[in-house]
Write a protein that binds this ligand. Structure first.
Ligand code: ADP
Ligand code: MG
Length: 389
């Protein structure tokens, strides 16, 4: 991979890249749809992501090329950058723009991107390309940003420049991920703990349903609203700021305050899921993957039945997983309505899992999923070995 990318760079720009960076994608292991309720999420970086090779050009321009997309571009440093339609290089242009707005001095670069992560499937290739660009600029031009500054800058590129409202989890996981660690993260305070997550003889299977996530945005807004309704009802008696300020026991005592049956189901998911994250962190600390897997299944069932953000594609994957004794647990990950599911699968049984889930899914859904085997990887960084090769 490394040598190939250097060769691509030479073919395209007629010179060697001087620096290479890699930023992962991420999955959320557990803790779904609770970040906007003051809850805990538990993402980790995966071993798929975005490579960025660069060389200075002394011409005062940024040149963009991606192996994953056809469009190329050259942007003048002086220009007042604006988002241009839906082209992919809006992401790096946005990052450069925000560095410049902050008064950071940049010089021209030739840039080549390559993602081995499925793009547009909920594994956060967008956070990955933002963070790798921000990290590279910070490194090359000594901009003096901390890792957390880069996370916040990347998130604001996605929110304001690109125009996608997302929380901070994705950029955070991509920047702070650590090999064999899950990040137990409070998205409001940004307090986090890197939880030891030795997968032992298991791998993290990622199953892309290949279903476009059409409903996700409108349903997401609907859920946010339902959670606010539940919170207001509980606030009649409880002095709380977020739904996740209470545990399941307290919720069960007070849930009579919520009149609407649908709103009640949503709130129950939120409170119980937050408790599951805490139990999941303990299970990982104890190296108890069986318990962790059980919590993954419970999380999925709750997202399917109480929060109603799954769908027959994601359910089919998890339904199959439950029949396979080499799977410790599985669940949908991300906003839902398509995108990816994850499963903890014994490494020796991965090939069989992959074949069987593909057959089962194709039979039920009518087209095939894509399956990846990942480990828990490191966050964004420099890849020196690529340059040397
Ligand atoms: P996700 O983050 O779930 O993968 P998004 O729609 O949020 O999906 O982001 C995908 C977009 O990010 C792509 O359409 C493209 O504009 C940009 N992108 C991600 N990876 C790359 C890459 N390797 N090369 C060029 N653009 C990329
Ligand atoms: Mg994205």
């Amino acid at each position: 991979m490394s040598a190939q990318l250097q060769q691509e760079f030479v073919n395209h720009y007629g010179k060697q890249a001087t620096n290479t960076y890699f930023s992962p994608g991420r999955v959320n292991l557990i803790g779904e749809h609770i970040d906007y309720n003051g809850g805990l999420v538990m993402p980790c970086a995966i071993t798929f992501g975005t490579y960025l090779l660069v060389a200075p050009n002394n011409e005062g321009v940024f040149r963009f090329k991606s192996i994953n997309f056809d469009e190329q571009a050259e942007v003048s440093l002086q220009a007042d950058h604006k988002k241009e339609g839906e082209v992919w290089y809006n992401y790096p242009v946005g990052v450069i723009n925000y560095f410049q707005q902050a008064g950071k001095e940049l010089q021209g670069l030739d840039m080549l991107y390559y993602g081995d992560i499925p793009i547009g499937s909920g594994l956060s290739s967008s956070a990955s390309i933002e963070v790798v660009t921000a990290f590279a600029l910070n490194d090359l031009f000594n901009a003096g940003y901390s890792r957390l500054d880069l996370v916040k800058l990347s998130q604001s590129v996605e929110n304001k420049f690109i125009g996608v409202s997302c929380g901070i989890m994705d950029q955070f996981a991509v920047a702070f991920g650590e090999e064999n660690k899950a990040l137990k993260l409070d998205c409001n305070s940004l307090d986090y703990e890197a939880v030891d997550s030795n997968l032992g003889n298991y791998v993290l299977a990622i199953i892309n349903t290949n279903k476009p996530r059409k409903l996700a945005e409108s349903k997401y807004n609907e859920r946010v609203h339902e959670c606010q309704t539940a919170l207001k009802a509980l606030q009649q008696q409880l002095n709380i700021k977020y739904l996740c300020d209470i545990d399941t026991e307290t919720f069960n005592k007070c849930k009579g305050l919520i009149e609407d049956a649908t709103v009640l189901k949503r709130a129950q998911h939120v409170v119980e899921e937050n408790d599951r994250v805490k139990l999941a962190a303990e299970a990982l600390n104890d190296n108890n993957l069986a318990e962790f897997g059980r919590l993954m299944y419970a999380s999925h069932d709750s997202l399917r039945d109480l929060y109603e953000v799954s769908g027959k594609e994601l359910d089919t994957v998890v339904e199959y997983a439950k029949t396979n004794p080499n799977v410790a647990g599985a669940r949908m990950t991300g906003a839902g309505f398509g995108g990816c599911a994850i499963a903890l699968v014994k490494n020796t049984a991965f090939a069989q899992f992959s074949q069987e889930v593909t057959a089962y899914y194709t039979d039920k859904i009518g087209y095939a999923p894509s399956i990846y085997s990942s480990l828990i990887g490191d966050g964004v960084g420099t890849l020196n070995e690529v340059v040397k090769s």
